[in-house]
Design a protein around this ligand. Structure first.
Ligand code: ATP
Length: 314
């Protein structure tokens, strides 16, 4: 296994940040770690990298302790914070970092891979937020790691930079590297991850391909413009299991969209701008993370093939 996390638990005082995480990542897998604020993603990443010590549980990266794997240059990390030496140029900073490793990439190649070859002479204090993120990415790849761990890598990047970043990542992963990235951008998880791991309240509540996660939330959505709709009456329509009302717009979450649509139109002939659509990853994540209570236990839309959830209940 590239990554083997077993029974990880971490609390900060009264805050149970991570409550029992088991996760195996095979070499070459690209895994997205998703979850709402405070779900425990960064704490898990910190333990994985050996930056925080678990209260319970173990971490093995390619069979070794995290610090050993990092020291051997097997792991490259891009964390959320981390100031860049403001007086050094980008090239100097990457060169300093390269010098810490046994078999680093040539500095020019690391800059090239991060798409910042033209910024080599720029002082790091003069970078935009998106450029600084790409410098952090160059620092992550310069050890020539087999495992890349990225905590919200594209924060602060504009659309074009995000696209360039993921193109660079694709080149790296085509060479068989393992990647774990935490993100709040669901489209990134959908587009780039082989596997999505969804956390909430310190536990993994779903784990599978994006398609499998979407399938865990069955049914379709009907959207309509319906001023003054009565939520309780909508909820009672056949084929509807949940209703969301935002201003004039209503969304019906359906077990049977055909029956619901017929009932909606006969009850409300003034309904306009109707649309029926399938669940996307965002719907699934919202449903799964809000269906789990604060103890991190799964609720009715239970992701039955979530290993960790089953284990945590047994
Ligand atoms: N050093 C710390 N001291 C105290 N509490 C902490 C510390 N680090 C994390 N926490 C708490 O642990 C919980 C999990 O935080 P964590 O940063 O791991 O979540 P996250 O999923 O990465 O969230 P985000 O998406 O906001 O980055 C939160 O309630 C957070 O406030």
């Amino acid at each position: 296994m590239a990554v083997h996390l077993s029974g990880l638990v971490k609390s900060y005082g009264d805050v149970h940040a991570v409550r029992g995480v088991d996760l195996d990542i095979a070499p070459g897998e690209v895994v997205a770690l998703l979850g709402p604020n405070g779900a425990g993603k960064s704490t898990t990443v910190d333990m994985l990298l050996g930056l925080a010590r678990p209260d319970q549980g173990t971490v093995a990266l390619f069979g070794a302790e995290p610090r050993q794997a990092v020291a051997q240059g097997h792991v490259g990390a891009m964390l959320q914070a981390g100031s860049l030496l403001p007086d050094a140029s980008v090239g100097e900073l990457v060169a300093m970092f390269a010098a810490l490793h046994r078999a680093p990439l040539p500095v020019e190649e690391a800059l090239e891979r991060a798409g910042i070859a033209d910024l080599a002479d720029r002082p790091t204090g003069k970078l935009s937020g998106g450029q600084a993120q790409r410098v952090r990415f160059a620092l992550a790849v310069v050890p020539d790691p087999v495992l890349l761990v990225l905590d919200e890598p594209t924060v602060g990047m504009d659309v074009e930079s995000r696209r360039a970043f993921w193109a660079a990542m694709r080149n790296l992963t085509a060479a068989g590297r393992t990647v774990l990235f935490a993100t709040h951008y669901l489209d990134e998880a959908d587009d780039y991850a082989d596997r999505v791991v969804l956390m909430r309240s310190g536990r993994i509540i779903a784990d599978g391909t994006a398609a499998a996660i979407k399938n865990q939330v069955s049914g379709r959505r009907i959207g309509a413009r319906l001023p003054g709709a009565d939520e309780a009456r909508l909820r009672a329509l056949p084929g509807v299991f949940d209703v969301a009302v935002r201003g004039d717009r209503v969304t019906l979450h359906c077990t049977d969209a055909d029956a619901a649509l017929r009932a909606l139109l006969s009850a409300y002939e003034q309904a306009r701008d109707l649309e029926v659509r399938s669940v996307d990853l965002e719907d699934a994540v919202v449903a799964l993370t809000s269906a789990a209570d604060d103890q991190g236990t799964a609720a009715p839309t239970d992701p039955t093939h979530s290993r960790n959830d089953q284990e945590s209940r047994s």
